[in-house]
Design a protein around this ligand. Sequence first.
Ligand code: HEM
Ligand SMILES: *[C@@H]1O[C@H](CO)[C@@H](O)[C@H](O)[C@H]1NC(C)=O
Length: 336
Amino acid sequence: MAMGQRRLGSRRQSQSVVVLLLATAWCAAAQLSQNYYVSTCPNVETLVRGAVAQKLKETFNAAPGTLRLFFHDCFVRGCDASVLIAGPDDEHSAGADTTLSPDALDLITRAKAAVDADAQCANKVSCADILALAARDVVSQAGGPYYQVELGRLDGKVGTRAVVKHSLPGAAFDLDQLNKLFAANGLTQTDMIALSGGHTIGVTHCDKFVRRLYQFKGAAPPPNSPAMNLAFLRQMRQTCPLSYSPTTVAMLDAVTPNKFDNGYFQTLQQLKGLLASDQVLFADRRSRSTVNYFAANQTAFFDAFVAAITKLGRVGVKTAGSGSDAEIRRVCTKVN
Ligand code: HEM
Ligand SMILES: *[C@@H]1O[C@H](CO)[C@@H](O)[C@H](O)[C@H]1NC(C)=O
């Protein structure tokens, strides 16, 4: 069909290019499959799961770090493990709240080593797929849902810190800003709320919410600062005094910080969300009913989370058929 149209006038031609581009984007997603490595590396799931279990036994921090890493990877250049690439202007040299938590990076490095130590699998599994599997495994091993992961992503060849900065949501985003960014990645408001439930584990540094704790002299109040529980606010002023240390952290889920459950949504109901972007989901009437639903029904949250993270895992993927400049990286922090 596209061939036939190409012989027609130039307007038709540009229309067919659009159709082709859409078809390419659609095919790229369609080419992911749950059994992608069935003949090349049938043990890939077991190998990654084992490496994750070993790392989590040593430090739970790797669980939230890895989940966040997967989210950032997908939003930055599509799920292509590009946030792992080390270079002169990269995530490895970023500050205390870097996308690349050292524990998460170590977890991925170990999972990659475990996969490549299997002779059948060596250099056959992409870092992007290992990250997608590891994200699933940290969620399930922290008490969350277990789900089938679509596979077949290739690794990208470009990584820069600059792109990381402008592709990600900010802690002061309001509902419209959150919806806009997630919609640009093919995700609905419900997907966005379910994925924000990833904050059921892990921490945030004081600088991300300290403006909600104090009235700074001369500074305008933050434009988006939903109300905080007063006793909790006092407690957080102890955790993050005005002279807070840049390394001090607080739990994102005040209810059950180390368990992947629906405690995050109960935290929001109690007005104990630390990030304005979290608390706004309860403060804004347009999203509150979904927060209440997930707070009351963990199964509904888990189902919505699985649907949303599966969609997240398709964002901008590069696959064997998509004609992108991509590869299976031998070392996850370096292009081949
Ligand atoms: C909705 C918009 C989002 C915003 C504004 C946001 C923002 C943040 C911020 C500011 C932190 C704390 C960083 C630090 O101080 O170290 C954080 C941590 C975290 N985020 Fe998000 N995030 C969002 C969505 C997500 C999504 C979709 C996921 C994954 C499904 C996710 C997973 C995490 C995790 C697990 C942590 C804890 C990291 C750790 O303890 O190492 N976030 N996020
Ligand atoms: C909780 O959500 C699940 C999944 O959507 C649904 O099947 C179930 O009926 C809900 N339970 C209650 C008590 O509403």
